[in-house]
Design a protein around this ligand. Structure first.
Ligand code: ADP
Length: 439
């Protein structure tokens, strides 16, 4: 994957390095020009000095490694020279500077004409001295740059990382959104560069929200509209049953299907009503323990029908909640325990208040739910084993989705674990305690 950070660091570092090298080169060139001027002036001074010494025939012994050589020519006769100079002229007899090769080296030469004595003084200096100086100048200029480049790279890396931080925070804001949270993003507002991506994302979120609302509204409207014909159907079926003289199996099946259809429609309506963004919750101080007992009592005929033992344990536990929503939650969990556990099974309902929350647990010794499906059962229309449920129980897979909505509405959490029986499942809902400033 490409990285903006690596791209920026590489490009910035390359440009800076290029600029530094060009600047160093220019600096080197101008300092070398200046140094050459000085060397040349020194060479000319040397030649002038020699010319003014009224030299007579002489050979001056120089140090073996001397970098300077000279000759004095009078009327085309060499009258004096340093011992490292050749016999032939080391430069043409024309005033000014030049280059020449002798004694195995390259030399910078100067010719100086003394009008009084009519002498030509030819002086020369080895150029390798200047080259050594040039090398030194280049190294002096380039070393600090080479050493500083890693530090500069690190600095640029840190600065670019700092510059990209808003992008990361924006991504965090987007990433931390819950699946159903379509509220607009806000972080980009402070940054010009992020505003376009922020506005586009918000427009997308708005479009999503509108289509989601439309979908929900459609489901709710459709369910609502279906209620009346289903009720009519039920009445007509009842009449047909009354009028039928024989035990009509088809009518019975028709009644079962109509009841199921009615249940699905009611569940869809419940799901819509209980979704946190639709629900106009009326939060009150509620004793969850009393409410659970009430719901168990309401469901009792169903438990009795299957000869199921229901045990309740609990103490008064007050929370801030919506009565209708909490009743629906209890109803769905109890109804599942009743539906999915066999005849004669055990069901425990408990409401307790450990230190930091209120816990409602409904557990049974039925078939349980495989571990890898315990999260999925909260999805809409999900049923373990699909529509052909192993227990043969009818349902539409919406009950636990409704429970989840209600849990979210109360800032609570729900877990699905093994029950304390040998088999079976336990649903535990943890509600937050009422804050002292609350109800
Ligand atoms: P429905 O009961 O209409 O199928 P739910 O959303 O209430 O839909 O439940 C989803 C699935 O979770 C059920 O189909 C069932 O397979 C499983 N389930 C829920 N409660 C229990 C339970 N107490 N024991 C075993 N399975 C359960």
């Amino acid at each position: 994957m490409k990285s903006i950070r690596v791209f920026l660091v590489t490009v910035i570092l390359s440009i800076i390095t290029l600029f530094i090298f060009v600047a160093a080169l220019k600096g080197y060139q101008s300092s070398m020009a200046e140094a050459n001027r000085l060397f040349d002036k020194q060479l000319l001074d040397t030649a002038t000095l020699i010319a003014n010494l009224h030299t007579e025939k002489a050979v001056v012994r120089f140090h073996q490694h001397s970098t300077i050589a000279f000759q004095v020519w009078r009327h085309n006769e060499l009258i004096a020279s340093s011992d490292n100079a050749p016999e032939i002229k080391i430069s043409s007899l024309e005033p000014g500077f030049g280059f020449n090769n002798f004694a195995g080296y390259r030399w910078r030469t100067v010719a100086y004409y003394n009008q009084l004595t009519e002498d030509w003084v030819l002086a020369a200096e080895r150029t390798d001295l200047r080259d050594a100086l040039a090398e030194e100048v280049i190294l002096e200029a380039v070393w600090p740059v080479l050493l500083g480049l890693p530090v500069l790279g690190l600095l640029i890396w840190l600065i670019v990382s700092r510059g990209l931080r808003p992008l990361r925070k924006f991504a965090d804001e987007l990433g931390s959104k819950q699946a159903d949270d379509l509220s607009p993003l806000t972080y980009h507002a402070d940054y010009q560069e992020l505003s376009q991506i922020g506005h586009s994302s918000n427009r997308l979120l708005m479009r999503l929200e509108t289509s989601l609302l439309r979908e929900k509204q459609f489901a709710s409207d459709a369910a609502h509209e279906l209620r009346t014909p289903i009720s009519t159907l039920k009445v007509q079926l009842h009449n047909a049953e009354q009028n039928s003289t024989t035990d009509n199996k088809s009518i019975q099946e028709l009644r079962d299907s109509t009841n199921r259809l009615g249940h699905i429609v009611e569940q869809i309506l419940d799901l819509y009503r209980s979704s946190p963004d639709q629900f106009n919750a009326n939060f009150k101080r509620i004793d969850l323990s009393a409410l659970a007992q009430e719901m168990v009592a309401q469901k009792y005929p169903h438990f009795e029908k299957k000869n199921q033992q229901v045990e309740f344990s609990g103490e008064p536990c007050y929370l801030s909640g919506d009565h209708f929503a909490l009743s629906t939650l209890l109803q769905n969990l109890l109804s599942n325990a009743n539906k999915y556990t066999p005849i004669g099974s055990h069901i425990n309902v408990s409401v307790h208040q450990p230190e930091d929350c209120i816990k409602l647990t409904i557990e049974d010794n039925g078939p349980g739910i495989p571990e890898n499906e315990r999260e999925s059962v909260f999805q809409r229309f999900y049923r373990v084993g699909g529509d052909r449920h192993s227990t043969g129980e009818r349902g539409c897979g919406l009950g636990l989705a409704i429970v989840k909505h209600i849990v979210e509405l109360h800032d609570a959490s729900i877990t699905v674990t093994d029950s304390r029986f040998e088999t079976g499942i336990a649903f535990t809902v943890s509600f937050p305690l009422i804050r002292s400033s609350g109800l």
